[in-house]
Design a protein around this ligand. Structure first.
Ligand code: SAM
Ligand code: SF4
Ligand code: SF4
Length: 338
């Protein structure tokens, strides 16, 4: 039976679910090849939450107010039968927004299946149009054309598409304008993400962050932009429209303008650990709770307690942490999916 949403004192609207920690890329800002090489201990199959477990947790989270789910990884299209999971998640009544973030190269094979399973929109990550630059950024010499083919396949299947571009000063800032021109032309929303100090291995330095404010100024030097109101309170991206068009861009200023005070997003790793912050040190083991025979009510109360007692605000504290030369251990991006 359906009952009213049991809202949390502090809202939790958005859950990112990593379905696999492995990836076919080795982007140095996320999974540097020297760390995530042949000997890296990825999760084994039986360690992953199965689809029934993911669906059950999602249903319980939806009872507490979550309405938006993003499947991620690692590379989510490497998870076997991902379309089966999508079918199960779209059937949950309170989930009104299901998305997936992918590096795009497997989309020619999967786009139709995603659409047929009930997925409406996806995000494809692409950091450059210049092949040399992109090959450096994906760590596996993958060609831009392979991702563009994926984007075309997704569009042909009728999926709405957003593009994510991580901007790293000195690496791909020269690609901001070419990317902007290209995606303005073909109408997909392009979102610029500041390079973040996620995980423990990407050698992040503040000097490598290209501030979102400058991205907007740069684009405005070529195309007039109009700021748009947020679609909903707490929206992470600041949105703009190219004047005279319906085409949008977004900037995610997670480093230079942190938004912890409005953070309504939690992350579930592929082995069922819940992280209340992208920069958390540890997660809460929900797989154990699920496999221990606890009832839905017990699990809902566990979730409530975790979320209502959190104090995360890493991005707001970053400058202080850096000043003190502290190096807190953080969860890896490829493990919780961004
Ligand atoms: N493999 C998929 C992909 O790349 O789209 C999904 C997982 S990936 C971890 C999710 C998003 O995180 C991608 O858009 C990626 O560019 C972004 N990302 C990874 N490392 C990052 C970093 N250090 N700073 C900012 N964004 C990052
Ligand atoms: Fe893989 Fe995505 Fe991380 Fe790149 S950003 S290494 S594609 S998980
Ligand atoms: Fe949320 Fe943590 Fe990011 Fe702040 S740093 S917005 S608390 S995920």
């Amino acid at each position: 039976m359906d009952f009213p949403i049991d809202t949390l004192k502090r809202p939790l609207k958005d859950l990112r679910i990593s379905v696999i920690d492995q990836c076919n890329f080795r982007c140095p800002y996320c999974m540097p090849a020297e760390v995530f090489g042949n000997h890296y201990a990825f999760l084994k199959r039986d360690e992953l939450l199965n689809f029934d477990e993911i669906t059950r947790l999602t249903r319980i989270a939806a009872d507490l107010g979550v309405h938006k789910i993003r499947l991620t990884g690692g590379e989510p299209l490497l998870r076997k039968d991902i379309d089966q999971l999508i079918k199960m998640l779209v059937a949950i009544p309170r989930i009104d927004d299901l998305a997936l973030t992918t590096n795009g190269v497997l989309l020619p094979r999967f786009a139709e299946r995603l659409k047929n399973a009930g997925m409406k929109r996806i995000t494809v990550s692409l950091d450059a149009l210049d092949n040399d630059c992109f090959q450096k950024m994906n760590g596996r010499n993958v060609q831009v054309a392979a991702v563009l083919k994926g984007i075309e396949a997704a569009a042909a299947a009728g999926l709405r598409i957003k593009i994510n571009m991580v901007v790293q000063k000195g690496v791909n800032e020269s690609e901001i304008l070419p990317m902007s021109r290209f995606f303005k032309q073909n109408g997909h929303t392009l979102r610029f993400i500041e390079f973040m100090d996620v995980g423990n291995h990407n050698g992040w330095k503040m000097e490598q962050v290209f501030p979102s404010r400058r991205i907007v100024e740069l684009i405005q030097s070529e195309f007039p932009l109009e700021p748009l109101n947020p679609n909903y309170p707490g929206e992470v991206a600041r949105r703009y429209r190219y004047s005279g068009t319906e085409v949008e861009i977004g900037v995610i200023a997670s480093v230079t303008q942190p938004f912890c005070a409005n953070c309504m997003r939690s992350r579930l790793s592929a082995d069922g650990k819940l992280y209340t912050c992208l920069f958390a040190n540890e997660g809460w083991d929900l797989r154990e709770v699920l496999r221990n025979g606890e009832t839905d009510d017990d699990i809902r109360e566990t979730l409530r307690a975790i979320w209502e007692n959190r104090h995360d605000r890493y991005s707001e504290l970053r400058t202080e942490i850096l000043k003190k030369h502290l190096h807190p251990h953080k969860v890896e991006m490829s493990y919780i999916g961004g």
